[in-house]
Write a protein that binds this ligand. Structure first.
Ligand SMILES: C[S@@+](CC[C@H](N)C(=O)[O-])C[C@H]1O[C@@H](n2cnc3c(N)ncnc32)[C@H](O)[C@@H]1O
Length: 261
């Protein structure tokens, strides 16, 4: 029970009128997060104004874990559970793992628990994402580097990684304006914009993975179903052997790609 009075039905009605589909659940979470009636009013006002619930709470649920998410940082999506399970499925025992484009570091956090990696690190170009990922991953002793794709990763790992995981931006630039306001206005453009065809960053990830993976190692990336074929051509062109996985329930597509031994 919250230590203050809250008019729950009125709160739910306000959230629902603002377009919150899971208004009851959101009301519970906001009440639990607020320490006072004033704080609750402030949280609800900002939610109704369009701030993502996760940015207000300061965390998101991802693959059963609570992941800290700071303002402006990409909110981990439920569909990315497919990327994580596809990556875990191709990783061998005690792998050396790198998460690129890590955002909050959600995927690395889950893979740390699932894989018992002998080495795990994460990297992102956005300082806000790096600070957030460090909050999630420092307690596990997982290093988070800041920079463009592989550039900040210690060079001793070039050609020795067993698994590279990346949920890189893949929204075509022309489709950004069609995204929900929560993403468009409250997540950094660098987290979303994948260039003209959406594959600009993924193409560079593929080229880098061909150098940084050990022979027989795997890259695992997320993409939209409509982009999967074009991405497979890019991966094949980089010398990798792609496999597409899709999950209708999650509305998710991931591609794993093996570097030939
Ligand atoms: C779609 S978000 C995914 C974040 C996280 N992997 C997740 O699933 O929650 C893409 C991330 O890629 C990062 N990013 C974009 N371009 C990058 C680049 N050239 N090098 C490193 N990170 C990049 C963004 O800062 C953002 O955090």
């Amino acid at each position: 029970m919250a230590p203050f009075h809250s008019d729950r039905p009125a709160l739910v009605a306000r959230l629902r009128a603002a377009g919150c589909v899971y208004a009851e659940d959101e009301a519970e979470l906001l009440i639990a997060a607020a320490g006072s009636a004033e704080a609750l009013t402030d949280l609800v006002d900002r939610r109704v104004a369009g701030l993502p619930l996760e940015h207000l709470l300061g965390w998101a649920e991802f693959c059963g874990l609570r992941v800290a998410v700071d303002p402006g940082v990409f909110v981990p999506r439920g569909r990315t559970a497919l990327l994580v399970s596809a990556a875990a499925a191709v990783a061998g025992p005690a792998p050396a793992v790198l998460e690129l484009c890590c955002g909050s570091g959600a995927a690395a956090l889950v893979l740390h628990g699932r894989l018992a990696p002998r080495w795990l690190a994460a990297a992102d170009i956005d300082p806000a994402a790096v600070a957030c990922a460090r909050r999630n991953l420092d307690p596990l002793g997982v290093a988070v580097y800041q920079g463009d794709l592989f550039a900040p990763v210690p060079s001793e790992w070039r050609g020795r990684l067993d698994l590279v995981v990346a949920n890189a931006p893949y929204v075509p630039s022309g489709a950004l304006a069609l995204m929900p306001a929560e993403a468009r206005l409250h997540e950094a453009p660098v987290a979303l914009d994948g260039g003209a065809d959406g594959l600009a960053v993924l193409g560079r990830v593929a080229a880098g993975a061909a150098e940084w993976l050990a022979p027989g190692g795997h890259l695992a990336v997320e993409v939209s179903a409509a982009q999967a074929e074009a991405l497979c051509a890019v991966l094949t062109g980089a010398g990798l052997v792609p496999t597409v996985v899709h999950d209708d329930d999650l509305d998710a597509t991931a591609v794993t790609a093996r570097r030939l031994a």
